[in-house]
Ligand binder design. Structure first.
Ligand SMILES: C=C(O[C@@H]1C=C(C(=O)O)C=C[C@H]1O)C(=O)O
Length: 258
């Protein structure tokens, strides 16, 4: 039987355990991208003039995401410091009993949310790379798939807060001068590990190859039938996922001594 999943408290969190969480989140991200790639780009889901829902001036994707976030907020999703809404304004409060999440982060963490940047990047740059042109009318399913991708990416990127906290705790004397002088470049240099980033890029490409292949009983993986291109996922990580994670790390560290 699988081990029971244990919630880490601050004393148990190490750079290794936070990196393990990022590695696990890769699976969720890649599977969600594969699901989204099942549909063509379906621009109708993003066109504000095509929604046709009375009194709604949003696109279908905005409508579905706002409504879903409202329902999830009532169920306590955003009480978890790992979760960040895309439309935080006017979200209903949680209706369920509060869970006592371990207090690991500095309170200033709550003010950091880079989802508006992720939203821009996802629709303008990332989506055209993983979908084919076309319109099959499956707008609602497409929008639900987008939400799964966005939530998985957002969780990964904002996990940068925990990564930064662990790095700070492991060597406060290295980080404190750069925090006191609010030196973004120095912080970025301190928290960057190029060899780790190289391994991330190679691993996500390999996972995409494994998760996205056609499974046949008699032959090996046919690379021509991969559901998404491993090089594209590696590029997504290099150009957007890791830079946004590091942006969250820097933003967190800048406020770490407030
Ligand atoms: C997340 C970390 O910080 C940075 C960002 C990385 C990433 O987004 O995968 C990897 C290495 C670091 O340059 C880390 O050190 O693990």
């Amino acid at each position: 039987m699988a081990d029971v999943i244990k919630v880490a408290d601050s004393s148990e969190m190490t750079l290794e355990t936070v990196r393990d969480s990022l590695i696990r989140e890769e699976d969720t991200i890649i599977f969600s991208l594969i699901e989204r790639a099942k549909y063509p780009i379906n621009v109708g889901a993003y066109d504000k003039t095509k929604t046709a829902i009375p009194e709604c001036s949003d696109s279908l994707v905005e409508f579905i995401i706002k409504e879903t976030e409202a329902a999830q907020a009532k169920c306590g999703r955003y009480e978890n410091p790992e979760e960040h809404p895309f439309f935080p304004d006017g979200l209903p409060t949680s209706l369920v009993p509060a869970f006592n999440f371990p207090k690991i982060l500095h309170p200033a963490a709550a003010s950091i949310n880079v989802n508006s940047t992720l939203w821009e990047v996802y629709f303008a740059q990332l989506l055209p790379l993983i979908t084919v042109p076309g319109d099959d009318g499956n707008y609602a399913s497409t929008a639900v798939s987008d939400l799964a991708c966005l939530q998985a990416l957002s969780r990964r990127i904002h996990y940068g807060k925990f990564v930064a906290e662990v790095k700070f705790k492991e060597s406060p004397q290295e980080y404190e001068p750069a925090i006191r002088s609010q030196d973004r470049d120095a912080l970025m240099k301190l928290l960057t590990f190029e060899s780790v980033e190289e391994r991330v890029k190679r691993r996500v490409a390999k996972k995409t190859m494994l998760f996205g292949q056609e499974v046949s009983l008699n032959d090996n993986c046919d690379e021509k039938k991969l559901k998404i291109d491993p090089a594209v996922v590696s590029r997504l990580y290099e150009e957007w996922v890791m830079p946004l994670t590091k942006l969250v790390e820097v933003e967190y560290l800048l406020r770490r001594l407030d």
